[in-house]
Design a protein around this ligand. Structure first.
Ligand code: ZN
Length: 198
């Protein structure tokens, strides 16, 4: 489960208003890859972008959970990359194709159980150059409010993963790039990029 436009500066850079409610979308389980596995650029897209995000892993089945009860339902935290075919996302209006290709959800192989602080920095480096930067306190909807909102829509199950949105600085990925998502107190996630059409 993912949320769009959950950092003000990122909503602005895409030309959107900050939403009044979380904007939810899904990525399929088949999009998940692990540390060190390859992000594959599909030939259907001319513009694939990185989105470094904090991932929250659910520990307990929850439905219509109050925000105050969310922390007890969380197993841990990890780094994720919500890889996005931006051209297809814009063309299709809804996000299923643009966000759903195989390998489009790199996710840390390990999680931490302690929640990172609101001043924890989240950053994305591509080939050693910083592209994205923010702090977790920049989120429009907090982790607990966001997960409570999701649970008002659908039952969340143990092992479900909620991506919490990306800070500003999204940009393109090309074959040969190394993209690293880092979050203070959580760790980092590295994946190289290849193309299916060179
Ligand atoms: Zn995202």
């Amino acid at each position: 489960m993912c949320v769009g436009r959950n950092y003000r500066a990122h909503a602005r850079e895409l030309g959107h208003e900050v939403p009044s409610e979380p904007l939810l979308f899904l990525k399929p389980p088949s999009s998940v890859i692990r540390e060190g596995e390859l992000i594959v650029l599909p030939h259907e897209s001319a513009r694939v972008e990185h989105e470094g995000e904090l991932a929250v892993i659910i520990a307990k089945r929850i439905r219509r959970c109050a925000p105050s009860d969310v922390p007890a339902a969380i197993a841990g935290y990890a780094c994720a990359n919500d890889v996005t075919a931006r051209d297809l996302q814009r063309k299709d209006v809804q996000f299923t194709r643009g966000k759903g290709f195989d390998t489009f959800c790199p996710l840390s192989s390990h999680m931490v159980t302690e929640r990172p602080s609101l001043d924890a920095r989240i950053s994305v480096m591509v080939n050693g150059e910083r592209r994205q930067y923010g702090t977790l306190g920049d989120m429009v909807f907090s982790i607990d409010v966001l997960i409570a909102f999701v649970s008002d829509v659908m039952t969340l199950e143990p092992g479900d993963v909620v991506l919490t949105g990306t800070p500003e600085g999204v940009g393109p990925l090309f074959a040969g790039d190394l993209v690293v998502v880092s979050i203070d107190g959580v760790g980092s996630l590295s994946n190289s990029v290849v193309s299916d059409h060179d």
